[in-house]
Design a protein around this ligand. Sequence first.
Ligand code: GDP
Ligand code: IMO
Ligand code: MG
Length: 429
Amino acid sequence: MANVAIIGAQWGDEGKGKVVDWLASRADIVVRFQGGHNAGHTLVVGNQTYKLSLLPSGVVRGKLGVIGNGVVLDPNALLEEIARVKTQGLEVGPHNLRIAENVPLILPVHPAIDKAREAARGKSAIGTTGRGIGPAYEDKVARRAIRLCDLAEPETLSHKLDELLLHHNTLLRGLGAETFEKATLLDGLLALAPKLLPFAEAVWERLDTARQEGRRVLFEGAQAVMLDVDHGTYPYVTSSNTVAGNAAAGAGVSPHAIGTILGIAKAYTTRVGAGPFPTELFDDTGKLLGQRGHEFGTVTGRPRRCGWFDACLVRQAVKVGGVGGLVLTKLDVLDGLPELKICTGYSIHGETFRRLPAAAAAQAAATPIYETMEGWSGSTRGARSWAELPAQAIKYVRRIEELVEAPVTLLSTSPERDDTITVSDPFAG
Ligand code: GDP
Ligand code: IMO
Ligand code: MG
């Protein structure tokens, strides 16, 4: 099966956007299957930088983008993003973007609740993006979500909003936040309907036809395995399943259609928001990684926490995410560091672990067990072949392959689209 799925193997921002954009040249359709506009994917193409949150990264390559039912869609955020990329010369419309008719919508109540809850949590806040992702997924599971297809049935919207607001206004009142008027929400949705409905369709059917015609589909994951609602560092996670298995449910395709699964990992580690991070660095090296890697959140602008490569964590992500090949990014950020550390396991209350246990207190107590490697003095920046890499950099990559138990399929050496080393073609199956 010549399809490919891309997922993050750490805590997000591994460079999925760049990799999807690069691979999209060989795909026909690029599908988002989970998450929402909490994602921030940066693509650098020549002198243009695209920052995408909801649009599948393949649209920049002129490919058909699909937003699957597993996403939570903020209509205003989508329209703003479409307007923003238009100023960069990229036309997005129903000709190159299709949206699952059954996708749940993020309404203005959702970010309001997200923010009010985070404020109420005080010091134990999760550090969400404040975009209403969690509350929108909660509504989906609680069977009170407004879905895109509902915009075509204005007469049922009013009743649905009653049920939704009964729940949310009670909660907002309890949190001391402002409540919402049904009429305002209803008017907003009715005004959005003609703008959004032309994008809506049964995307599962289109994907089924694509399969029959032998077209290549690229599934673009957002967030990462360690932010997965089941497999991540719960409760410091996002509210969707980020593992590749969710591409099937989140797009409406067979699990057999997922094809090759690539896990993206930086050559070090970063995290935005709160939660355990065993290899986090609080010293000058951590600062240096942040500066050189330009580690600021694409969505919120928050500085990302930085640390050494955690092979124990990525190995776990490889196993639970079904990763067959690793894409290692940002190797160039490590150029010139005299010494590099790789975490191979954890010590927790005197016991050694080769996985991150699920319990929150144990995760918080995990101290990394490191092995140390020599750095390299040459540059890897912009390399497009193994021959351009210093021998010690190759050693570092090889050691990572061994420790995470997955081969490196692609290597990224700068933000620029073509600064990529291909080891094998993921679409070859
Ligand atoms: P995503 O959320 O996984 O798509 O990643 P983001 O786009 O949020 O963050 C990754 C950042 O690293 C972006 O600014 C990319 O332009 C940049 N980037 C991607 N690959 C590389 C690389 O190999 N080297 C360097 N220096 N930057 C990279
Ligand atoms: P991409 O696709 C990094 C983090 C937030 C917070 C937690 C929950 O660009 O890799 P949420 O708003 O989802 O309820 O926040 O998840 N988070 C991300 N961190 N990259 C992302 O996306 C993220 N999306 C959410 O910072 O810690
Ligand atoms: Mg990002």
